[in-house]
Design a protein around this ligand. Structure first.
Ligand SMILES: NC(=O)c1ccc[n+]([C@@H]2O[C@H](COP(=O)([O-])OP(=O)(O)OC[C@H]3O[C@@H](n4cnc5c(N)ncnc54)[C@H](O)[C@@H]3O)[C@@H](O)[C@H]2O)c1
Length: 320
């Protein structure tokens, strides 16, 4: 907490956009001890945010994942009626609005007019580089990407991606803030669409969709391959460590043995295909056999509780 106070100089953090990701961020910062102001342009979402976070706090408490009473965390959160109220005197803004360049640019123009000279702005964008929506403004040096995984209060990784205009001090501040609130920082050193996480996910998804289209396997069998196979190791080690341990002589030996196989797989996918409407329909219908549309929300709750149970186990085992 001392480190956080020094970083933020006791100032609050503002959450702009309180949908799935923004509400999760609010909990990350409040759980760490910061005062958090929430603003969403949709009043329905604004007023739903605190009850949602209250439920998430109750679940975290039940899994033994909080170090203080839930009411103390809740007391640090307030909902604001305007953007100006939310950002006034704040140290940091976490933007989590719609994933559209024009919408993010419009918000940056508003922030350019409102922001104090020290306000730092992190964007949750899943893959749009900051230079696409935050360049040429007085705030440009203070805008950076801080891309989380959903929900950020349960999955710790955050990708920090500066634009060419972002100042090194802002990179340093944002990384230190994220570490101090308990996130796991990945530095992405060049602007690239999708950053690292979604580029890795894209490769897996590209192959998964193609395997269904080619009739090689069903959605459920592909999910099973990750759920009961690849994902077991990936829950505590990355792909490079995985292959380093999968050949007697380590990664170079692995490359020697399996390099040609991976090369032939890559060659077989050299013609990129779109996810056609027919293929989307096929995959949607396979998924709906396992999960009705109306059950999506309750299944999200199931996922979050599974992540909490996993997190509690992980704390006990700490395999790193
Ligand atoms: N959902 C994910 O898995 C995920 C993961 C990582 C990052 N992200 C990114 O986080 C951001 C938010 O995604 P989400 O899934 O939470 O979307 P969402 O639709 O659930 O929430 C977006 C919210 O922003 C609000 N909003 C829109 N314009 C606004 C404005 N000008 N000012 C204030 N509020 C505004 C909307 O009312 C809505 O409540 C996107 O950039 C997305 O790409 C999403």
């Amino acid at each position: 907490m001392l480190e956080l106070d020094a970083l933020t100089q006791g100032k609050p953090v503002a959450i702009v956009g309180a949908g799935l990701v923004g509400a999760g961020w609010a909990l990350v910062f409040a759980r760490a001890g910061l005062t958090v102001r929430i603003y969403d342009s949709n009043p329905v979402i604004s007023s739903a945010s605190l009850p949602l976070i209250e439920q998430q706090i109750a679940d975290l408490t039940a899994y033994g994942l909080l170090s203080e009473p839930g009411e103390s965390i809740l007391a640090r959160l307030t909902v604001c009626q305007t953007l100006a109220q939310a950002v006034d005197g704040a140290a940091y803004v976490q933007e989590s609005i719609l994933e559209r360049t024009d919408v993010k640019r419009a918000l940056m123009l508003e922030l350019d007019a409102l922001a104090g000279p020290d306000l730092i702005i992190g964007s949750s964008t899943s893959g749009i580089p900051a230079s696409a929506f935050a360049s040429g403004l007085s705030i440009s040096a203070r805008v950076i990407i801080a891309h989380p995984v959903n929900p950020p209060y349960l999955v710790p990784v955050v990708e920090i991606v500066p634009s060419p205009e972002t100042s090194p001090a802002v990179v340093e501040f944002t990384a230190a803030l994220m570490e101090a609130v308990g996130q796991s920082v990945v530095h992405v050193r060049k602007e690239v669409a999708g950053f690292v996480l979604n580029r890795l996910q894209a490769v897996l998804l590209r192959e998964a969709w193609a395997l269904v289209e080619d009739g090689v396997a069903s959605c459920e069998d592909i999910d099973k391959t990750v759920r009961d196979g690849l994902g077991w190791r990936w829950s505590f080690m990355g792909p490079f460590e995985t292959i380093d341990l999968n050949a007697v002589g380590g990664v170079a030996d692995y490359a020697q043995r399996l390099g040609p196989l991976y090369r032939s797989i890559a060659d077989s996918r050299s013609h990129e295909r779109e996810w056609s409407p027919e293929l989307i329909k096929q995959i949607e219908s396979q998924r709906r056999e396992f999960l009705k549309h109306d059950d999506l929300e309750s299944r999200r709750g199931w996922r979050d509780r599974a992540l909490m149970a996993f997190s509690a186990q992980r704390r006990k085992a700490d395999p790193r």
